[in-house]
Design a protein around this ligand. Sequence first.
Ligand code: KG4
Ligand code: ZN
Length: 339
Amino acid sequence: METLILAIETSCDETAASVYGSTRGVLSNVLFSQVELHKSFGGVVPEIASRSHLEKIGPIVKQALSQADATLEEINIIGVTAHRGLPGSLLVGLCFAKALAWASNKKIIGVDHLDGHVFSPLIEHKVPFPHLCLTASGGHTAMFLVGESGTYTMLGQTLDDAAGEAFDKVAKLIDVSYPGGPVIEQLARGVNFKDFFGYPVGKKNTLNFSFSGLKTAVLYDLIEKKAYDMQAKKFLRTHDEHFRAQVASSFLVCVGRIFCAHVAYALTQMPEIKAVTFAGGVACNEYLQQQLTRLCMQHGLPIFYPSRQYCTDNAAMIAYATAVRAERNLFDDLTLDIS
Ligand code: KG4
Ligand code: ZN
């Protein structure tokens, strides 16, 4: 018999719910993005985020059930992101999930947001194990060795900024809108993803990442080129659009080199790796996908990335991670708390 999972994700600025069937896969994946609410602040404002989650969570869960043609009675397990994220935002989803589980007498499973990203390529692809997963989002950048039975080990992570955070900060430096990733990609495409300024790649033979040096290098280069006023903290618009695209493209090329260097190093360290996956919001980036695909081809390995809707935060990946935990019998009870 099919196990039906209702999953809720509110760890950051997306209110999301999904229904997932153990035999039919993703049956609905509904999301309200708060991007417009945070845009003028250039980043997520936690207080605004949790208030908006409160407003949207009920209707979004209802919509996820109706799109899946399912009723709450038919749901077997409620999965919810309980670990990693903004505390106020996580609490809204968790309290809602716990109330629902209590009132309807359902099992509950708390999911680590990172599990969602790490397992997200498996929603659509049959990926051989063990594989290397590079997860890059606004909150995390790390590499994992993913094993067969829903287990993984972290091989290395960022020592400072996450890759997505670097995209957002560089976007702010050149005064383009939040979130920075898509705009930077679009600007870079306009100049054919060329490297104009040769920003530094940093340490190569390591499993840990660092992006704050790159961000600072971009800032200092902008100041040197008289394109940024440090006192006013402002991009100087005397510089034309083409210059902005050159910065975006040089930055993106540099991130591509950093990713490739890290994945290549991990592959040389772990010859048992059978495939590579690329997940998280930054994995939407087609240029980065291409660069990593080329690298994997050189190593004779397949690479898999989720489709766009499963790269950025979503509840389908939380539903999938819930299914993985259910298979391992890792259920929680109503004492479940955020962390
Ligand atoms: O996974 P996600 O939705 O949320 C977190 O878990 O953080 O990732 C959001 C991040 C943002 O920093 C955004 O700038 C970045 O993903 N992003 C991209 C692209 N689309 C979104 N970065 C690079 N290129 C993109 N096309
Ligand atoms: Zn995320």
